[in-house]
Structures are given as C-alpha cells and as structure tokens.
Write a protein that binds this ligand. Sequence first.
Ligand SMILES: [Zn+2]
Ligand SMILES: [Zn+2]
Length: 119
Amino acid sequence: MTSSRRDQNRYYDRFKRDKGSKAFYRSTAWERAREQALIRDNHLCQHCIKRKRLTPADMVHHIKPLSEYPDLALVLENLLSLCNSCHNKEHGGRGEKVETSVATRRARFIVSRGNNEVF
Ligand SMILES: [Zn+2]
Ligand SMILES: [Zn+2]
C-alpha cells in the first residue's frame, strides 16, 4: 500500500521551509484538495447555506490557518468553501488575499453535479 500521506508530508516540509503560502496555493496538491472540498460542498458557500442562502463559493478557506497548522493544509475536514463576503468575516474583515485562488474569474459555476437533492 503506497502511502499518499508520506507524499503529502513532503509537500508540507517544502512549504514550511518556504514559509510562503503562495507556493502552496500554486501547488497541484492544493489544487486537488481544494477541488475535493468544492465538490463536497457543492461549490456553495457553507456559511450562507446555514442561513438558507445559496451562494457560489469563491474560495476554499482553511478552518485552522495554514500558517499555524501546515499539517492540516490538505486535510479535507479543515477546508471550507466560502463566498467572499463570508470569508472576509471569517478573517475579521482583514481579508487574507492569498486564499482567493479559486479561479476568481471562473466563468461558470458548477452548481449541480447530481446533487440536486441536497436542497
Ligand atoms: Zn457566504
Ligand atoms: Zn480563509
């Protein structure tokens, strides 16, 4: 059994040393984790959904910040799809621009992927 976990650790090490989240947000590993989170969340903002609003997610947020918990950087449970406005609130309005890497210019939203029953 190959351990993908060990592969991921290699990523963490590199990015920890890099100390930069920029490189991380450009990595394939992050692309994949982000995509998984979006699919799980139906590409919808998870805060808005709690208030019965359907807002397309603008980014995937790290519940525990990447800078403090690099080991959770790619853990699905630590990722949350959010819209810009909810994301700003999440960061106390200060806004962490780096995370805005979910293709801000995404032309179309993939809202339904056979998950129509969710609503
Ligand atoms: Zn929202
Ligand atoms: Zn965030």
